[in-house]
Design a protein around this ligand. Sequence first.
Ligand SMILES: Nc1ncnc2c1ncn2[C@@H]1O[C@H](COP(=O)(O)OP(=O)(O)OP(=O)(O)O)[C@@H](O)[C@H]1O
Ligand SMILES: Nc1ncnc2c1ncn2[C@@H]1O[C@H](COP(=O)(O)OP(=O)(O)OP(=O)(O)O)[C@@H](O)[C@H]1O
Ligand SMILES: [Mg+2]
Ligand SMILES: [Mg+2]
Lengths: 259, 259
Amino acid sequence: MHVWAIANQKGGVGKTTTAVCLAGLLKEQGHNVLMVDLDPHGSMTSYFKYDPDDIEVSTFDLFMHEGRVPDDLPSKIILNTTESGIDLFPASTSLATLERKVSSQGGMGLVISKALAKLWDQYQYVLIDTPPILGVLMINALAAAQRLLIPVQTEFLAVKGLERMTHTLGMVMQSTKKQLPFTILPTLFDRRTQASVHALKQIRDLYGEQVFRETIPVDTKFRDASEYAKFPSQMDPDSRGVRVYRHVLEELLKEAANA
Amino acid sequence: MHVWAIANQKGGVGKTTTAVCLAGLLKEQGHNVLMVDLDPHGSMTSYFKYDPDDIEVSTFDLFMHEGRVPDDLPSKIILNTTESGIDLFPASTSLATLERKVSSQGGMGLVISKALAKLWDQYQYVLIDTPPILGVLMINALAAAQRLLIPVQTEFLAVKGLERMTHTLGMVMQSTKKQLPFTILPTLFDRRTQASVHALKQIRDLYGEQVFRETIPVDTKFRDASEYAKFPSQMDPDSRGVRVYRHVLEELLKEAANA
Ligand SMILES: Nc1ncnc2c1ncn2[C@@H]1O[C@H](COP(=O)(O)OP(=O)(O)OP(=O)(O)O)[C@@H](O)[C@H]1O
Ligand SMILES: Nc1ncnc2c1ncn2[C@@H]1O[C@H](COP(=O)(O)OP(=O)(O)OP(=O)(O)O)[C@@H](O)[C@H]1O
Ligand SMILES: [Mg+2]
Ligand SMILES: [Mg+2]
């Protein structure tokens, strides 16, 4: 089982879009995929027409057993999506209360890892979507993942945020004593804007090889896909955005095979 | 002193851009303005070239006195911006630990209101920027504000998020026993995309009068402005985006005068 986390403390950079798009493309290659929604706002859950305000069992419930995960709980949480072979661990809005609820308890950083371990033979790939804030949910995602994808908007403020993300990553790696390779994915790139071009150059200068060689262009088909609960590659397999995500996936699969 | 909060639990919808743009336009009208950054990611603080990872005194310090605010602390936090007449209460990244630190203490919802009360004669307008998550920081902003602005991206997922924001607002109004009028501000509108046009219609159907009559268009000048730490109205007073924000401000000032 390969677990990939998609994270960035900056909001609206395409985390959910990246997770959903890659899930659709993995399925095309015949893999079984689980998408995990750890965002209290539940964008990924809403994308597939479930209501994060009204979910009976969700990722929130995994945290209600003082750090242990009952054997049968993970499979009770699983929901179907519009595509067979891609399932969802939904989020509930009560995740927003988690930070306060579990702050005094130790050992809450490995809940998601433990839950996924119980499903190791059902899914080949797991994609974890995270909220745009550093906290117990992001720590869980980073601790469970073997690879991290950091979507970054190509704009000035994003560069500063990236420093913080890699700084956070360093802290988590120290405490989990595990290396977590990451790929920076420039998104919402608009080559007509000076700011976009400048920011991209800055990101490539600072992070070199860790930045994917292509940029995800601004592509309106992504918004259309979320309206119809379709994976972007189902909506339009040959759109500019999906084409670049296919190349991203090729690269990630090559690295996963070598790992 | 008029206090306006800008909030939405969805990330990347233009909260920081809205706060900064309106601050610049208020100054043009001769008002003294304080911008308050309550986002642990510190976009507003970074916008003006301060480093949220390396700030000596910030909004975080206001919360370190068990709910009381020492008389002299608020004025110690104030930083200048590129424009005289507009000051900044900076954020520090340690705000991300606040939820865990203060969760067991009561009375932490009014810290920002208390801090602003000590500056009532120095600023006519205060604009509070919030993180994209429901928690003690957003509650503080809503409790301190007399008006709420909710920027909403015109896309399908945003409509669902709006329900949640108005739901949260209802909860806060119940506990503070205060009415908080709000304006929904459709942003990043791209009339060429079906999804944008559909989403806007849905938002207008659901919320009627509470939605501003115009939409903020996609305008690349906003990204340019953040790169040069300039208020968008300084960067290009006549850009399409700034023109609509001027109309937004006219409407808000009219309502503030009648309040
Ligand atoms: N390459 C792209 N081109 C055009 N629109 C995009 C692209 N990527 C994402 N979007 C749109 O931008 C918006 C934000 O994307 P998304 O919700 O995936 O970001 P996020 O980082 O998950 O946000 P949050 O911080 O709220 O979780 C959505 O409306 C999405 O459809
Ligand atoms: N009308 C607009 N046209 C084009 N770009 C815009 C517009 N409004 C905001 N932006 C850009 O979109 C990005 C997100 O905006 P901003 O950071 O203000 O959103 P936010 O809601 O504050 O995000 P967060 O949830 O991370 O706090 C920024 O790069 C900003 O420059
Ligand atoms: Mg998201
Ligand atoms: Mg912001």
